[in-house]
Design a protein around this ligand. Structure first.
Ligand SMILES: [Zn+2]
Length: 354
C-alpha cells in the first residue's frame, strides 16, 4: 500500500507543483525538508495524480479508477519506488504518511542486516521501465526515497538518466538532507522546499487524528507531526527513563545507560541527548525550554551551572555523533563514550571516579 496524503500544511503548495506545465517542464523534482513533515506522503499523492485516469479539477487523484486501485496496491505498471532494502522490508508496516516507519527501519528487528543504501543495480534496473513504452502510453513516475541514500555509483547512474531524460517520465526525489546529494543531480532537479507545519497546525492535525497529549508528543519528537503520531509507547517509556537520569546528574551512570539503551535506534537516542543539551544551552543563554516542558525546572537549575563554552563543543560533537550513529562499530561503546563526554561536563566529580 502506498501511503498517499496531502497534509493540510501542504495544500498551498499543491497547485503550484501540480500545474500541468510545471510537471511537463521538469523531468525531475526534488522535494526537500526536515523529517516527519509528510514529504513522502505528498510525493505518493503527486505520483498517483499523474497516473490517475480521472483527476478532479485540482489535479487530485480520484481514488476510484483502475489506475488509482493499482497505485494504492503498489502495483501500478507505470510506477517504480526506489528505496533502500532496509526500508522496503518495512513496506507492509508502512502506515499513513509512511515516512517515519520507513525511516526507522534497519532490519534490526529481523536480525538480518539490510542495506541502508540505494544501489547502482537498483538504478540500472530502471532501464527497461523508463525506456520502453508506457502502459496505455501515459506518464511514468520514478520515486526515489530518500535520495541521499543513493551511493556514489547509484548517483552517477541516475545522473546519466537525468542528463538525457526520457520523454513522459518524471523522477521525484525526496530528501531529508539535500546537502548529501551531488550538486550535479541537484542542478538537474526542480527543487521544492516542502512546507513544515507551525506548532498550532501540527497540534491541530494531531488532535484531528485522535491524539490526546499532542503537546507532549510534539515536544518529544522534535515537532515533527508524523513522528509525534507514531510515538511508540515502549520507546516513550525508555525516553522518559532517560530524561529522569538527565534530571538527576548525581546519579547519571553512563555505563548502565548504555547497557539499557544500546539496542534502541541509536540516532534516536543521540537525538534525545541533543534535545536535552539544546534546552540547557538555550536556558543558559536566557532563552526558553523548547523540548522538556515538563522538566523545565530541572533544566533551568542545571543550565545555571553549566559551562556554556564546553557545552557548545559537546553540542557540535553530538551533531557528528548523529551522523555516526547510523553505522557504529559497537553500539554500546558508542553510547558509553557519548554519555561519558556528557557526564564530564555536567558532573566532573562523578566521572573522575570511573
Ligand atoms: Zn483515479
Amino acid at each position: 500500500m502506498n501511503p498517499t496524503e496531502i497534509f493540510p500544511w501542504q495544500r498551498s503548495i499543491w497547485p503550484r507543483i501540480r500545474q500541468p506545465d510545471s510537471v511537463q517542464r521538469h523531468h525531475a523534482l526534488l522535494l526537500r525538508g526536515r523529517r516527519g513533515i509528510g514529504k513522502l506522503g505528498f510525493a505518493f499523492a503527486l505520483a498517483q495524480s499523474l497516473l490517475c485516469a480521472q483527476t478532479d479539477t485540482a489535479g487530485v487523484a480520484c481514488e476510484k479508477c483502475q489506475d488509482c486501485y493499482w497505485f494504492e496496491q503498489g502495483l501500478h505498471p507505470n510506477f517504480r519506488l526506489l528505496e533502500p532494502e532496509a526500508l522496503s522490508a518495512q513496506e507492509g508496516v508502512a502506515d499513513k504518511g509512511g515516512e517515519e516507519n520507513r525511516e526507522d527501519a534497519g532490519g534490526a528487528k529481523s536480525g538480518k542486516k539490510l542495506s541502508q543504501q540505494i544501489s547502482v543495480a537498483q538504478i540500472r534496473a530502471l532501464d527497461d521501465f523508463i525506456y520502453l513504452s508506457a502502459h496505455q502510453a501515459r506518464y511514468k513516475v520514478v520515486l526515489i526515497h530518500p535520495a541521499e541514500a543513493m551511493n556514489t555509483a547509484a548517483a552517477n547512474a541516475l545522473l546519466k538518466k537525468l542528463e538525457e531524460p526520457p520523454p513522459e517520465v518524471l523522477f521525484i526525489l525526496v530528501t531529508h538532507n539535500a546537502a548529501l546529494i551531488p550538486a550535479t543531480i541537484l542542478s538537474r532537479c526542480q527543487q521544492i522546499a516542502m512546507p513544515a507545519p507551525g506548532y498550532e497546525a501540527a497540534k491541530d492535525w494531531l488532535v484531528s487524528q485522535g491524539i490526546a497529549d499532542a503537546d507532549f508528543r510534539l515536544a518529544m519528537s522534535g515537532f515533527s507531526p508524523l513522528q509525534a503520531l507514531q510515538y511508540d509507547e515502549q520507546l516513550a517509556a525508555s525516553h522518559a527513563d532517560f530524561i529522569q537520569s538527565l534530571c538527576a546528574p548525581e546519579k547519571f551512570d553512563p555505563i548502565e545507560l548504555a547497557e539499557k539503551l544500546h539496542k534502541l535506534d541509536l540516532p534516536g537516542v543521540t537525538g534525545w541527548l541533543q534535545k536535552w543539551c539544546y534546552d540547557l544551552l538555550s536556558c543558559r543563554a536566557g532563552g526558553q525550554v523548547r523540548y522538556h516542558l515538563r522538566q523545565a525546572a530541572a533544566v533551568r537549575q542545571q543550565a545555571a551551572v553549566i559551562d556554556p563554552v564546553a557545552f557548545g563543543f559537546l553540542w557540535r560533537s553530538l551533531v557528528t555523533s548523529q551522523q555516526l550513529a547510523r553505522h557504529p562499530l559497537n553500539a554500546k561503546l558508542f553510547l558509553e563514550e557519548m554519555f561519558l563526554n556528557y557526564m564530564d561536563l555536567i558532573c566532573p566529580a562523578n566521572s573522575a571516579h570511573l
